[in-house]
Design a protein around this ligand. Structure first.
Ligand code: ADE
Length: 485
């Protein structure tokens, strides 16, 4: 990923960013940072880049010409296929958040335009800028510090910029809670002792204490975040009354990917933020309004649909006619949820070697690379598109089992979090390879602290019995994926 900062003060930006972690990442070629001096692009023979604003008012404005030419000089040398954004840092922008940093980290090139004086001529902004970002409700003397903040927050999310000891987790903002307090040696400093629980060695107690501190701190310092946390906790408690049926929604919350769209204590609509899939459940389906047009959540979904196609998972069969009539969506698949309810890993003995070495029977398990995409697509007997598999492989979410260098089967994690896409090639069936692949996926999810689950089509009896054999629990009722046909 490359950062291009357009500024009148290139040294300020480079001095700040070429030290510490971002500087090291540049030296290791993990990221690229350049500062482009806007003054180098002015056509004014005195090097002037600013002028008075039309209509009067205090201060000077940066003129359109040098800003535009500086931007073009960068844009014109970028590959056409890359993902790029042009950001203008300004107190009039949208507040910068961890979520925005995650979104920007997916780009190949970020151009960050730093204003000075009273700002920049609006016309050039209209032509080049894709995002207006503010780093907070205060006014700085220029955009350079804001640009540096954005580069730092985005760069640390780029793979391999942080080493193992530094976590790329969103730390403070994971799960809408601030970080708990931390202590290091000495045990007593200025008569203040480290909280005894941290010296106890009891990891469970330590975990409970840390969570309590995180909650307390968030409530005191960030009531806005705390409110979101509290709502999600209430939703989770509600969903836990039918844990197996609701595991997709519970894990969506646990994995910090849930946005609550509607919640009234009895009915819940979530959006999974990564895939955009909506999940709905309702405590009582007997008191639904007679006419689908009067269903409140339905009306909200109609509005969502105006912005683009939607995909909705309903957890009660009685909702299907409502969704069909109001949103014209049809059931594409009905699936039971298969949930690994235990925290201990599944036994691997006799199945595979966790060290990724070859098994006794000569099989190796490894992530799939893009070269295998055509083979995956042609062997999969469900109805997922090539683009979907391409994305799953690109995100490192597919695994294969290989024999003598050729692929014997594969499995993956879906965009919205469930384990699936399991397929064993015909000539390799009957060798427990499905069990091998699913065990790998379940155990890896457990290592990440997730509750592993898979969604199994109601008609797929073979897969349902495999799930039971592995010790997963199956929901009594299915969930229904509804999409436009
Ligand atoms: N430029 C001046 N103040 C700023 C702010 N708060 N955020 C982003 N850019 C700025």
């Amino acid at each position: 990923m490359n950062f291009h900062i357009l500024t009148l003060f290139p040294e300020m930006v480079m001095q700040g960013l070429m030290t510490s972690i971002t500087g090291r990442a540049v030296q290791q070629n993990k990221i690229g940072i350049e500062a482009v001096n806007i003054r180098d692009f002015t056509t004014d023979k005195h090097g002037k880049v600013d002028d008075y604003p039309y209509g009067g008012g205090a201060g000077m404005l940066m003129q359109a010409q040098p800003v535009y030419d500086a931007c073009r000089s960068v844009l014109d040398r970028l590959p056409v296929s890359g993902i790029r954004r042009v950001i203008y840092v300004t107190p009039q922008g949208t507040p910068f958040t961890q979520k925005k940093a995650q979104e920007l980290a997916k780009c190949d090139d970020l151009l960050i335009l730093c204003g000075h004086y009273e700002g920049i001529d609006e016309r050039v902004l209209e032509e080049v800028v894709t995002d207006y970002i503010s780093i907070g409700d205060y006014v700085l003397t220029g955009g350079e510090l804001a640009a540096m903040v954005i580069v730092d927050a985005v760069a640390r999310l780029v793979p391999e910029v942080l080493n193992n000891e530094q976590s790329a987790e969103t730390e403070s903002f994971h799960g809408n809670l601030l970080e708990y307090p931390q202590y290091s040696r000495p045990e007593i400093w200025h008569d203040r002792a480290v909280p005894p629980v941290l010296l106890s060695g009891n990891q469970k107690e330590i975990g409970i204490w840390r969570k309590g501190q995180a909650v307390k701190r968030t409530k005191e310092r960030r009531p806005d975040l705390y409110q979101r946390y509290e709502t999600l906790e209430k939703c989770k408690n509600f969903l836990m009354r039918q844990k197996l049926l609701h595991i997709d929604m519970i894990e969506c919350i646990n994995r910090c990917r849930a946005e609550v769209i509607y919640w009234d204590g009895k009915e819940l609509l979530l959006r999974e933020q990564k895939s955009g899939v909506f999940f709905h459940t309702r405590e009582n389906v007997m008191d639904l309004p007679a006419k689908p047009e009067e269903w409140k959540v339905g009306k909200m979904l109609v509005k969502e649909q105006k912005r683009g196609r939607i995909c909705l998972v309903v957890h009660q069969e009685q909702m299907i006619p409502y969704v069909e009539q109001l949103l014209s969506l049809q059931v594409s698949v009905s699936c039971y949820q298969a949930v690994c309810t235990r925290k201990e890993k599944l036994p691997v003995r006799g199945l595979y070697r966790p060290d990724t070495m070859e098994t006794v029977s000569g099989y190796v398990i490894k992530p799939l690379d893009m070269e295998l995409l055509p083979q995956v697509v042609s062997n999969y007997d469900g109805d997922l598109s090539k683009e979907y598999f391409q994305n799953r492989i690109a995100e490192g979410q597919m695994k294969g089992v290989f024999c003598d260098g050729s692929m014997a089967g594969f499995i993956g994690q879906h965009d919205e979090g469930s384990i699936g896409m399991l397929q064993i090639l015909p000539e390799h069936r009957g060798k427990k390879l499905a069990q091998v692949l699913e065990t790998v996926m379940v155990n890896e999810a457990l290592e990440r602290g997730e509750i592993p689950y898979a969604q199994i089509r109601v008609e797929n009896k073979a897969s349902l019995s495999l799930q039971e054999k592995l010790g997963l629990c199956i929901s009594k009722a299915p969930v229904y994926w509804m999409e436009s046909v």
